[in-house]
Design a protein around this ligand. Structure first.
Ligand SMILES: [Ca+2]
Length: 183
């Protein structure tokens, strides 16, 4: 082919390639799973070494330092023992994969069932902590936020700087439905 023909063929080839690529991208979007489903690993939990449904986590004393596996204990003392065993682990090494940024409690004044939290929970219902939190304290000088509704929506309650909140107040009590670490 002469140069003119070649240019024409090349132009056609380029056009069809572009269409093909656009088609691929579109197909990729169609086939991609919903973003929320992809970013949420399957949670699992155990209590005293025995598997329990993740939704029961809110009934015990737990930490998520092995997220997405949550370890629970029957008493506060047993939880503290387990947490202490991590030494310079999730509680003391900000920047690692799972650093606790908050500890939540079912009742005021840091009492009742509790959980050390290092991961983001778009739906606290998934671990039995929906609409239950009455007090909390921040950890490792990290910042975070609680939300009225699941998926980080509704009223926002931000915290940082190892703040200790013995009672979240009548407006926010038993209201938080999601929690995440924030910059
Ligand atoms: Ca709520």
């Amino acid at each position: 082919m002469n140069a003119e023909q070649f240019d024409e063929e090349w132009a056609v080839f380029r056009r069809s390639s572009v269409s093909f690529l656009i088609g691929l991208v579109f197909l990729g979007q169609l086939m991609a799973p919903a973003p929320t489903a992809a970013s949420e690993p399957t949670l699992s939990a155990d209590m005293g070494g025995h598997a329990i449904p993740a939704i029961q986590v809110g009934q015990y004393y737990c930490h998520d330092f092995d997220y997405p596996r949550i370890h629970c204990f029957p008493t506060d003392a047993r939880l503290e023992q387990a947490v202490a065993a991590y030494g310079a682990g999730p509680l003391a090494t900000p920047g690692s994969a799972s650093v606790a940024y908050v500890r939540v409690f079912q009742d005021a004044s840091f009492s009742g069932n509790s959980m050390y939290i290092s991961a983001d929970y778009p739906d606290l219902d998934s671990i039995g902590w929906n609409d239950k939190i009455s007090s909390f304290y921040g950890l490792n000088n990290l910042a975070g936020a609680f939300y009225q509704n699941a998926y980080y929506t509704g009223l926002v309650y931000s915290f940082c700087c190892n703040t200790q909140v013995t009672y979240v107040g009548n407006v926010y009590n038993d209201m938080f439905s999601s929690v995440q670490h924030t910059p």
